[in-house]
Design a protein around this ligand. Structure first.
Ligand code: FES
Length: 120
């Protein structure tokens, strides 16, 4: 089980338990299932509407989650949230090089994370 805490300036923080190991459930799916109002549009890693910041609960652990997928890389690059150097770094150490993620693309893993999302 992973604890995922959703945090925004306009809503009370909410921590939910995610079933880890499914390798399928995304942050956005988890948010929807728990009535957490993360903005989204395409749901398919193309528009960037679901941009969130993901941080480890235990700060010593560094960036969390698996590496960015190709769609995340493309959109985050377009949004100016990731540099070419960071993309190259990810290829070397297989870790996400930035806190910025797309909620519809990032799959929940067995780790406790804080997800900061913007709110309307
Ligand atoms: S909802 Fe469009 S990129 Fe996630």
């Amino acid at each position: 089980m992973a604890n995922v805490t959703f945090s925004s300036q306009l809503h009370k923080d909410k921590t939910v338990y995610a079933v880890a190991g499914s390798h399928k459930q995304t942050i956005l799916e988890l948010a929807k299932a728990n009535h957490i109002p993360i903005d989204f549009s395409c749901g398919d890693g193309e528009c960037g509407t679901c941009l969130v910041k993901v941080k480890p609960v235990d700060k010593k652990l560094g960036h969390m989650g698996g590496p960015l997928n190709d769609r995340e890389v493309k959109v985050l690059k377009e949004l100016g949230k990731i540099t070419k150097a960071q993309i190259e770094q990810m290829a070397i150490d297989d870790l996400p090089p930035t806190e910025w993620r797309l909620a519809c693309q990032m799959v929940v893993r067995d780790e406790d994370i804080l997800v900061e999302y913007p709110s309307k």
